[in-house]
Design a protein around this ligand. Structure first.
Ligand code: BDR
Ligand code: CA
Length: 318
């Protein structure tokens, strides 16, 4: 049986690949996509999502535009990583594919689907958790029906990618992470220390795309060029981390997870240099309000790359 999911994104280069991946995986049924400010402003994120959806079959999927700003923090984007418009500056080349799908409002859309769904719904979030926190504040009762929230974010025992310790999604809206974690809905975190173990190299993406010769594979080669230039300069390798596609793979095929543990966590919301940091027992002692969440620690790389390549670079697809 397919797993019913709602996808909350801040499209974003790796989010754009994650959307295509989710729509191609037979294990998932994507009911709706909601957008949130993160990598770029939500107006751009929504536009990018429409372009990506136009590249692929998306019958029956609803689209909701969400929060333009974090719960409390001032806006923060990452144009140096994702390009000014968020699609590595190639949106113009693909704009003709933009779907004409009607846009709804994200929070009412999430609540409506969760309320009406006959099958349990999970949420996969590859951006800041602002929309999910807002939905909990608006209708916690309905949100309690959510089976699991799988969120890309945080960093455990590892550096940050936005400041010394914080990961980008949790840096952008740390208050939202606390709201979501404290709501008591099962929360699974896919942190930076794990997503940084899945770098896609420029060499592979070019070779796979040439071989597949499909619209989707050509888009992935194009959209990643700027992102990979950034990684060349900052990370010292010619490629880019597949943070968000890994999160989709874990939602679709949970058995690719080799190790996970339960941890009480809190997110720092105040620190001048440390806001967005994921704190665990060692740092917070016996803090009573720290909710216990599930944290992914290790995955099966071979199975991830097989899934990824088969779904996005098959030679018989367009
Ligand atoms: C996360 O931040 C964004 O830049 C990526 O899309 C990913 O969701 C990685 O820290
Ligand atoms: Ca993202």
């Amino acid at each position: 049986m397919k797993r019913t999911i709602l996808l909350d994104v801040d499209t974003g280069v790796d989010d754009s690949i994650a959307i295509l991946f989710a729509l191609r995986l037979p294990q998932l049924e994507v009911k709706a996509i909601t957008t949130v400010s993160g990598n770029v402003h939500v107006d751009e994120v929504t536009e990018n999502t429409k372009v990506v959806l136009g590249l692929i079959e998306h019958k029956g999927i609803r689209l909701g535009k969400g929060a333009s700003a974090s719960l409390r923090r001032t806006r923060f984007h990452a144009p140096e990583v994702h390009g000014d418009e968020g699609l590595g500056n190639v949106r113009g080349k693909y704009i003709r594919y933009r779907t004409r799908i009607q846009t709804e409002r994200a929070v009412p859309l999430l609540i409506d689907i969760i309320k009406k769904s006959k099958t349990p719904v999970s949420i996969v979030a590859t951006g800041p958790l602002t929309n999910i926190a807002r939905a909990i504040k608006k209708d916690n009762r309905t949100m309690q029906r959510v089976k699991e929230i799988i969120s890309m974010g945080g960093s455990f025992g590892h550096r940050g990618n936005t400041g010394p310790l914080a990961e980008f999604n949790y840096y952008v809206d740390p208050d939202a992470v606390n709201v979501v974690a404290q709501a008591g809905i099962p929360l699974t975190i896919v942190p930076l220390n794990v997503t940084e173990t899945v770098p896609l190299s420029r060499k592979d993406v070019i070779a796979w795309s040439r071989k597949a010769n499909s619209g989707v594979s050509r888009f992935i080669a194009d959209v990643t060029e700027f992102y990979m230039d950034f990684h060349s300069r900052v990370e010292g390798f010619r490629g880019g981390f597949m943070h968000d596609p890994l999160t989709i793979a874990i939602a679709a095929v949970p058995s690719i997870v080799k190790k996970r543990y339960k941890k009480p966590i809190l997110i720092e919301t105040q620190g001048l240099y440390t806001s967005g940091t994921t704190l665990t027992r060692d740092a917070i002692g016996n803090e009573k309000n720290a909710p216990v969440v599930s944290v992914i620690a290790e995955i099966d790389h071979r199975r991830f790359w097989n899934l990824f390549r088969k779904a996005l670079f098959a030679t018989d697809k367009h």
